[in-house]
Design a protein around this ligand. Structure first.
Ligand code: HEM
Length: 398
């Protein structure tokens, strides 16, 4: 038994190490695999079909969300219900698109500049920059800096791993402890703000204004739930994407030179494309999980048509879709002129990332600040403790 387990573990380890290769084979020989209650969807067209049919392929996060929020849900864990629309709409009123230019970009640029200026030309970008900046943005923009910056970042990271990665009792324990701490902190932050209103214009203040106006879905607990979900979604993800992008550029010195040239002339559009393309070739995650709510045939009427039985856990492999030559021209090439539909880092369909426009500003701004430095080099390989990068040491001349 022990031997067969070791052999299985070894096979799985190999598969995870060579996912791009495995997906490329599947896309040809068996694009939609159904196996022991699980399914993997690998072609672009089929991945979008799954993610578009949100009433068939439903989000599976509610149970864990309820544990994290202590009995409620958060809109990523909801199907397309009245409550989903209400909560997303409320938060869109408080976290507005024009905040990106007015608040977010200036704050991220200033914070990066200060952190880099305070360094001595040597830094661990993950620990000192990519984890710190999104946490400080949550502090400034949402109005909730956390009880302690590092612990708040770790809490968001632990809860993210619990919600979106396979079950693990150790991860669960850490995440639920973190959730309790985060809930207590947010309760206190909301109470304190209510005692001292209008001192700032941030997402928390705007939520309380909606509460004053009697807007449904804006009780203290509702605000807390929304904040928990947004904090979890915002911090570890941004850090990972920024670290992956920088690491890809360090792995490809000719791209690093081009990216540095673009950074120095503030070519922000090009910075976005560097981020998008680096992430396409080094995916944030293999895909997006769904549970199939009714028997359904994917790619109906084609040779690869596949029945997905009700109850199947489905991985819509966005990593694979973004490498599918049927939609993405020469997918292995790094290109800066690909159309936006080439990218699915931030999901697709109903639950597309709430922060997608923030991401395409914050991540490029973080990497731009690093790329502007002279004689920039990586000191050691990026270290990852799955699923997050934990260290990427660099050196530069100030
Ligand atoms: C920076 C990197 C980020 C990545 C790679 C990322 C990725 C994703 C993905 C793949 C989804 C879809 C999940 C699904 O369909 O099951 C998603 C949803 C979501 N993300 Fe992000 N995210 C990022 C940043 C952020 C930020 C900065 C925020 C908050 C400001 C955020 C908040 C959310 C929320 C609330 C949802 C759920 C949306 C809904 O249910 O309608 N994310 N994200």
């Amino acid at each position: 038994m022990a031997n067969s387990n070791t052999a299985k573990d070894k096979v799985l380890e190999w598969v995870f190490k060579h996912l791009d290769f495995v997906f490329s084979i599947l896309r040809i020989i068996k694009p939609n695999v159904v196996f022991k209650g699980n399914a993997i969807i690998t072609r672009y067209e089929d991945v979008t079909e799954v993610l578009e049919r949100d009433w068939v392929f439903q989000v599976p996060y509610a149970e864990k969300m309820e544990k994290v929020t202590n009995g409620s849900n958060f809109f990523l864990g909801m199907q397309d219900t009245e409550q989903y629309t209400r909560d997303v709409s409320n938060m869109r009123l408080t976290a507005r698109r024009d905040d990106i230019n007015n608040i977010i970009i200036p704050f991220v640029e200033k914070t990066c500049t200060e952190i880099i200026a305070a360094s001595n030309g040597k830094m661990d970008v993950v620990q000192e920059l990519t984890r710190v900046v999104p946490t400080r943005l949550i502090g400034e923009y949402f109005g909730t800096p956390g009880w302690n910056e590092t612990e708040f970042t770790d809490a968001a990271t632990n809860m993210f791993q619990y919600l979106f990665y396979p079950d693990d009792p150790e991860v669960e324990k850490k995440a639920l402890d973190a959730a309790e701490k985060t809930r207590n902190y947010l309760d206190q932050a909301i109470t304190e703000r209510k005692a001292k209103r209008a001192s700032r214009d941030d997402v928390l203040e705007r939520c309380l204004k909606l509460q004053d106006a009697g807007m449904p879905g804006m009780t203290d607990i509702d605000i807390r739930n929304n904040f928990i979900g947004l904090i979890i979604g915002a911090i570890p993800t941004t850090s990972k994407c920024a670290a992956i992008t920088l690491n890809h550029l360090f792995n490809n010195p000719e791209l690093l030179v081009l990216a540095q040239q673009a950074a120095r002339v503030d070519d922000d559009q090009k910075m976005i494309q560097f981020v998008q393309e680096s992430l396409r070739l080094n995916a944030f995650a293999a895909g997006i999980k769904r549970v199939c709510a009714e028997d359904y045939v994917v790619a109906k009427g084609t040779l690869r048509s596949t029945k997905i039985p009700k109850g199947t856990i489905v991985l819509a492999a966005t990593q694979s879709a973004m490498m599918d030559w049927r939609k993405i021209t020469k997918p292995k090439e790094f290109r800066l002129d690909r159309p936006a539909y080439s990218y699915m880092h931030f999901g697709y369909g109903l639950h597309t990332c709430f922060g997608q426009y923030i991401n395409l500003s914050q991540i490029p701004a973080i990497i731009k600040a690093v790329l502007k430095q002279n004689v920039l080099q990586r000191v050691s390989e990026m270290k990852v403790v799955e699923p997050f990068p934990v260290s990427l040491e660099i050196e530069f001349k100030k």
